[in-house]
Design a protein around this ligand. Sequence first.
Ligand code: SAH
Ligand code: SF4
Length: 349
Amino acid sequence: MKTDLKQLSKAELTGFMEHSGQPPYRVNQIIKWIYKKTAASFDKMTDLSKDFREELKAIAVISNLSLLQRQVSEDGTQKFLFELKDGETIESVLMPNSKGRERFTLCISSQAGCATGCKFCMTGRLGLKRNLKASEIVDQVITVKRHIETWVHGPEASITNIVFMGMGEPLNNFNEVVRSLRNITGLMGFSKRRITVSTAGIVPGIRKLAYTGPDVNLAVSLNAATDRIRDEIMPVNKKYPLNKLIKACKEFPLSPNRRITFEYVMLGGINDSTADADRLVKLLSGIKSKVNLIPYNPLHKSIEFNPPLENKILRFQKTLRKAGLTVIIRKSKGSDISAACGQLKASYS
Ligand code: SAH
Ligand code: SF4
């Protein structure tokens, strides 16, 4: 089988080139073409000799995602539907940063579907189709980068932040996610400070990330401040209850000026009371944190949950702020094209 170059680390790529009798400088040339210039094939690598390109084609491939659909929301959010080699589909979401239209945050997927089964999330309803390979994770970044730089916004446009908040639970696909992180940072040159991995609370994964993974930002989808409520809306809580999760967060080593982000999806009448806010304050005491309140985005035909009332959201925020927490209310982006948090299902619409 031919080697997929996007799947290789720098050390592996170096070994691969050595093994094929190529001089070491070829490694950086290839890296530049794949990660900086987003070349989709060997033929695009015009400063490599024709003979070398043919040699490469015989033993290696540059894998690519195929773009099935791109939708643009009224608010400028774009959703990309990709097909993988085996026909599975995934989505990535590109959001313009408020500062300017040519700076973007890219939300990427780590799995096709998700096994975690959170009750409020569309991806959870799909169940897990399969883990993504590192190359498929990295390629979401490369493809969208190519898209905005060459086709839409010009060479000035750039992705400034990457969040693993699309489809899937990244820490349930630990090895491939870490491999992708190493390539996005080490080969593409993306800053670790500008990457966030979000988890539903897979405790062993959080610990492993702390000690073996690259030093990226951690976000935890807390969504409830009692085990009773969390058990109900996030089955993963039965395995990793709040005391274990909070302990792992307290022990997560944070570089200076870093904090753990706690996401809290507000479900009307379920977890949005002032008593819930008080409990959240207690839970987070002693953790360098910031809280993102995400008003529930209704799922297609869902009648299970209601969005919270505006005054409840504001009161909740006020309670947290009074206690000294940093809180933002994350307005949902792209809900008109089902690109908002929890709405990704990777099918045509
Ligand atoms: N699996 C990871 C990352 C992807 S989910 C995780 O759960 O953290 C990204 C975020 O969307 C999570 O914080 C999740 O709680 C939130 N979310 C899921 N469904 C939602 C919905 N219907 N409305 C608002 N936020 C939702
Ligand atoms: Fe999976 Fe995250 Fe959705 Fe839960 S919220 S089902 S962990 S993608």
